[in-house]
Design a protein around this ligand. Structure first.
Ligand code: SAM
Length: 276
C-alpha cells in the first residue's frame, strides 16, 4: 500500500497511544524493520510516499494488544547484543546485566570457576558469562524444554555452544559435580500478583516463584548450602530483601544486596566460604 511515511507513522503511533509511553518511537522501530531502513532515513524522508508492506500494519495491530515489541520482532537487547526471543522465554531485562557483572567480579576470586545457572531461559546469563570470562565452561538448567531450544539458538548465534552444557531439568537435577558459583534469575513473583498486561504474554513458568514469590529463591539458597557452593548470586524481587537475609542468616552466612538502575533492591550474593 502506497502511504506517506509521516502518515503511516502518525497512524501507527495513534494506535499505540494506550499501550506505549513512546508510541511514535515504536511505530518508527516497526517501520524501520519492515522497510529495512534506519530510523534517521525515515525522518529524512518523512514526506516521501512509499510502498509500505502489510507487515507494518500487522505489527502495529499486535502491539496494540499489548504484545511486547521484543516478541513481535523476535529480538531483545542485552549487554548491547541482540538476542533471539519469542514467547517461550522471558524477555531479558536490563537489570540482569548487573547480575552478570556481579558473577564476573566474584569469578576473579576462584581459579577456573565451575559455574552453574538455574533457569537459563533465553540463555542470556550463561552466554554472556561464557563470552566475558575466558576458558569458562558453564552448565545451565531449565525446566522448560521450549526455553532451552531458544537458549541453544542464542548460544549458536554467539558461537559459544561448545562452552555451555544446557541441561533439561528442575533446579540442579542432572548436575552432580562440584559448583563454585551458582547463579540464578529465578521466577520471583507471587502467584496472585496483579500483573501489567504486557507481562501476561511472558511464560508463567518464568514469572511465578510460588505463593509468596520467594519460594524458588529459598530452594536455591538451600541447594547452594547443601552443595557447598562458594558463591551464590541471584536476582530477586524488590521486596524480598528481609526474608532472604533472614533465611541466609539462619544458615550462618551474610547476604550482600545490590540495587537495580532505579534504586530498588534487586539481587544478592552470598560468600558461603565465609560462614560463622
Ligand atoms: C525469570 S526467568 C529467567 C530467564 C533468564 N535467565 C533471564 O535472566 O532472562 C526464569 C527461568 O527459570 C525457569 N524455571 C522455572 N522453574 C524452574 C525450575 N524448577 N528449575 C529450573 N528452571 C526453572 C523458567 O522456565 C525460566 O526460563
Amino acid at each position: 500500500m502506497k502511504v506517506q511515511i509521516k502518515k503511516a507513522l502518525n497512524e501507527g503511533a495513534l494506535q499505540l497511544l494506550e499501550v506505549s509511553d513512546i508510541p511514535k518511537k515504536e511505530a518508527m522501530i516497526f517501520l524501520s524493520e519492515v522497510l529495512q531502513k534506519e530510523t534517521v532515513w525515515l525522518i529524512a524522508n518523512n514526506d516521501a510516499i512509499v510502498d509500505i508492506p502489510q507487515k507494518y500494519f500487522d505489527f502495529i495491530e499486535r502491539r496494540a494488544t499489548c504484545e511486547p515489541l521484543e516478541y513481535i520482532l523476535n529480538k531483545a537487547g542485552f549487554y548491547k547484543e541482540e538476542f533471539y526471543v519469542d514467547k517461550r522465554v522471558l524477555i531479558p531485562r536490563p537489570e540482569t546485566e548487573i547480575l552478570v557483572d556481579k558473577v564476573v567480579e566474584l569469578a576473579s576470586f576462584v581459579e577456573n570457576p565451575r559455574i552453574v545457572e538455574i533457569g537459563t531461559g533465553s540463555g542470556i546469563i550463561s552466554i554472556m558469562l561464557s563470552r566475558l570470562l575466558s576458558d569458562l565452561h558453564v552448565r545451565a538448567t531449565d525446566i522448560s524444554s521450549d526455553a532451552l531450544e531458544v537458549a541453544k539458538l542464542n548460544a549458536e548465534k554467539f558461537k559459544v555452544s561448545n562452552k555451555i552444557d544446557f541441561v533439561h531439568g528442575s533446579y540442579l537435577d542432572g548436575i552432580d559435580t562440584q559448583i563454585d558459583i551458582l547463579v540464578s534469575n529465578p521466577p520471583y513473583i507471587a502467584k496472585d500478583a496483579r500483573l501489567e498486561k504486557n507481562l501476561s504474554y511472558e511464560p508463567s513458568l518464568a514469572l511465578f516463584g510460588g505463593e509468596k514469590g520467594d519460594e524458588m529463591l529459598f530452594e536455591i539458597i538451600d541447594l547452594a548450602f547443601e552443595r557447598d557452593v562458594r558463591f551464590l548470586v541471584c536476582e530477586m524481587g524488590y521486596d524480598q530483601k528481609k526474608p532472604i537475609s533472614d533465611h541466609v542468616a539462619k544458615k550462618g552466612a551474610t547476604t550482600y544486596f545490590y540495587e537495580d538502575f532505579q534504586g530498588f533492591d534487586r539481587g544478592f550474593w552470598v560468600d558461603l566460604g565465609k560462614r560463622r
